[in-house]
Design a protein around this ligand. Sequence first.
Ligand code: PLP
Length: 271
Amino acid sequence: MTAYMEHKNLANEVIDEARSRQIADNVRRALDRVATAEAEAGREMGAVRLLAATKTRDVGEILAAIDAGVRMIGENRPQEIVAKAPGLAKRLAERGFALGTDPAMVEPVEHIPFHLIGQLQSNKIGKVLPVADVIESVDSIELAERIARRAVARGITVGVLLEVNESGEDSKSGCPPSHAIDLAQRIGAMGGLELQGLMTIGAHVDDERVIRSGFAHLRRTRDLILASGTEGTEHCVELSMGMSQDMDLAIDEGATIVRVGTAIFGARDFI
Ligand SMILES: *Cc1c(COP(=O)(O)O)cnc(C)c1O
């Protein structure tokens, strides 16, 4: 259990009016930023989905973001998913939404994708699969095989993105860019998984050109994977790249999902 989880009740469902308004204003600003960046890049409206990165946020804060227009959620830690998913699923059902793969919702009015965006240790796969519909942080054949085995045993298909360490920074997870095409083709061939695209975290530098070149390289890699025509890679269309700081650049370079935390919820108290 991470230390901050002892400070904050992540299952809390009630937040005050001012906090709720602050989150709603931030969501509107983030959605505007996405729309502006799409327009400036000459991309179709709605080509980019806003994923709210909800680590350290409680159920009440996440519901405020959804009530303001967020339609995709990403969690980093399996323990946080376990703490929040039951309350979130219940409150979303009242609003006519299904959370991730929620089996209780037979005919949801609308489905809210629930992604895992943080690193996954193999002993935690069982905590994640009941709710998460996409695991964005798959970066090795071994991890993909373990998820695939669990998915097949459950009789489900799990969406996965291959995480690529485009910046080469040691602090980051992700496979080396030179392995990405081979790994994608092998993951695409696994039963129980659907390879839906690629994910990366932008370089932690000030130089815009460096950040852009990582995003552009991820896009070219995705295009090469699709062009390979290898069976199981035909759905490899998503590019999950761009966060609060660099989402505009990422959208210009072809992002289809931007993962935004701070710009929606404010600075994090923990981690
Ligand atoms: C926290 C996090 C984000 C969002 O970062 P912000 O800078 O708060 O927008 C995006 N992706 C991953 C993998 C994260 O862990």
